[in-house]
Design a protein around this ligand. Structure first.
Ligand SMILES: [Zn+2]
Length: 130
């Protein structure tokens, strides 16, 4: 991963709306159109109505014209690593391939790289329906 995706994810954290958890998270996607799309977590007083940084970035990608996730970086201010939650893994799977790398970052750079397949093995797919 080039440095720009990490920097974009880190910068996205500043846009986090996380007054309840005080736990800013940022995500950045390099899409198939070559552009970088970013997102932050957006919490809500009614907790289940809030959402993670990854779907914010996915929504920006779709509205910006990107179709597929080429690579993705995730970072959280207060965690050494912030792997996407289960729901986000399914959301990412909609727009990524099994081999798509997801970079788990700390404040200085990439700490761990995992593919989507490693994160979501045996995922729900229409191929399984025969
Ligand atoms: Zn999530």
């Amino acid at each position: 991963m080039s440095h720009d995706l990490f920097e974009a994810a880190k910068a996205a954290m500043a846009f986090s709306h996380s007054p309840y958890s005080k736990f800013p998270v940022g995500a950045a996607i390099r899409a198939d159109d070559g552009k970088i799309y970013t997102g932050a977590n957006i919490e809500n007083l009614s907790f289940p109505q809030g959402w993670c940084a990854e779907p914010t970035a996915i929504g920006c990608m779709i509205m910006g014209g990107g179709k597929r996730i080429v690579e993705m970086a995730v970072i959280a201010e207060k965690l050494p690593l912030c792997p996407p939650c289960g729901g986000c893994r399914q959301k990412i799977a909609e727009f990524a391939d099994k081999s798509t790398p997801i970079y788990l970052c700390d404040e200085v750079g990439v700490k761990k790289t995992m593919t989507l397949e490693q994160m979501l093995p045996g995922s729900f797919e229409t191929d399984l329906l025969g």
